[in-house]
Design a protein around this ligand. Structure first.
Ligand SMILES: [Zn+2]
Length: 401
């Protein structure tokens, strides 16, 4: 599916994905104050009891997983101490004190919470960590502002693109004026699945098979003497030294391709490795526009929703339905009728272009789409598109008969 971005992180061998444009819209409107309230309460209990129950802190930490797939992917690494970060931010804000005076205050901690705060502040002090809570709050504001900047009152994709470029270039101009270079700002390199930094572990079974076929070639080869501080300009040389061992590789036989394919599993197109949250958010904006998705802000609740040619009004789905509290069925009579027609069209194709299993899958998809519309997770528009697509797939065959 083109409407998603695949990404990985440093700590797991998992490929994550983020949906366009839903992830960004959800993050922009995610209620962070609930997490904040829980974290502060947890801090108050920890002061009273002198204890710091880790398990409880993780339950609160995990509340943020729903804010954005990037946060979910990094919840037990980068965001592991986010509850403490939030408590620190709250103390500094409400007591009008700075991080260094707080660090001084807890230099000989009396409770577990004080010890945790002191340790975390020490990490900030030597630049080993940042206050991730504060960053998420600021990144949410960034996302809201960028959404408004690009899409508010914007009538077409071309204009949206110009505004986006203007926004990003302004950021670059300021970064340069502040003396920040490329290395200070998070990058987002992209890879194919097999060239990912940890592809050997992600595709471990296939890697082992490959190893077997080349083991004679690479037996007893000395380790490459790579520089301790890698320089980009040496990378071609290093890569070609590696390649010299696979020059005699021949492609697998046609008869082998089946099992090799199954070992690879699904091959996602491009996989990104964001060095920070901001670069991934920026990429989401880029992809939303390159996929020709125009967002529109709701006149009533200001939430963004996908512009559709079938709807020229100014209200999001939720507001549209709330404003007309009729007992009208979410799926109109006509649409229901079309569902039945297309259903029987596909059914007559069983054993021709579709097998029974595929048909059942298709049927299940149709049913869950209908349920989702009733629950407000999907729109009749989307169902309409799905039916159109299905019809295009199967009508040719039927008409040939
Ligand atoms: Zn609305």
């Amino acid at each position: 599916m083109a409407n998603e971005i695949y990404f990985v992180n440093d700590v797991t061998n998992t490929i994550y994905n983020t949906q366009l444009p839903q992830a960004i819209i959800k993050f922009a409107q995610f209620d962070l104050s609930f997490f904040m309230g829980q974290a502060i309460e947890f801090g108050e209990r920890a002061i009273e009891s002198g204890e710091y129950p880790l398990k409880d802190s993780y339950i609160i930490r995990d509340l943020l997983k729903k804010a954005h797939p990037y946060i979910a992917a990094n919840i037990s690494s980068k965001y592991d101490k986010i509850v403490i970060d939030c408590i620190i931010e709250n103390i500094c804000r409400t007591q009008e004190t700075g991080e260094s005076s707080l660090w001084n205050r807890y230099i000989s901690p009396k409770t577990e919470l004080e010890r945790m705060i002191f340790m975390r502040l020490s990490e900030y002090k030597c630049n080993r960590a940042a206050n991730e809570w504060l960053d998420i709050v600021r990144l949410q504001e960034y996302t809201r502002d960028k959404l408004n900047f690009i899409f508010k009152g914007t009538k077409n994709i071309t204009d949206a693109n110009i505004k986006k470029n203007y926004f990003d270039l302004t950021f670059s101009v300021i970064a340069r004026e502040l003396g920040c270079s490329d290395k200070d700002l998070g990058k987002i390199p992209s890879y194919n699945k097999s060239l990912l930094p940890n592809s050997v572990f992600m595709l471990s079974r296939m890697s082992k098979e490959i190893y077997k076929t080349i083991s004679a070639e690479i037996e007893d080869i000395p380790l490459l003497n790579t520089p301790k501080f890698p320089e980009d300009r040496l990378s071609d040389q290093i890569s070609m030294d590696i390649y010299s061992y696979m020059r005699r590789l021949s492609p697998p036989l046609d008869t082998e391709l089946g099992w090799i394919r199954s070992m690879f599993g699904e091959i996602e197109e491009t996989i990104y490795k964001p060095a920070g949250f901001k670069p991934l958010l920026d990429l989401e904006f880029d992809k939303i526009l390159s996929n020709n998705i125009l967002l529109q802000s709701c006149h009533q609740c200001e939430q963004y929703f996908e512009h559709s040619i079938n709807y020229t009004g100014e209200y999001c789905n939720t507001c549209r339905e709330n404003s007309s509290p009729s007992t009208e069925e979410p799926i109109s009579h006509d649409l229901n009728k079309r569902c039945k027609e297309i259903h029987s069209l596909v059914k007559t194709n069983i054993g021709k272009q579709i097998d029974k299993h595929e048909f059942e899958e298709w049927e299940q998809y149709l049913n869950s789409m209908k349920t989702n519309i009733k629950k407000n997770y999907a729109t009749p528009d989307e169902l309409e598109k799905f039916l159109e697509y299905t019809q295009r797939m199967y009508s040719d065959i039927t008409s040939q008969e």
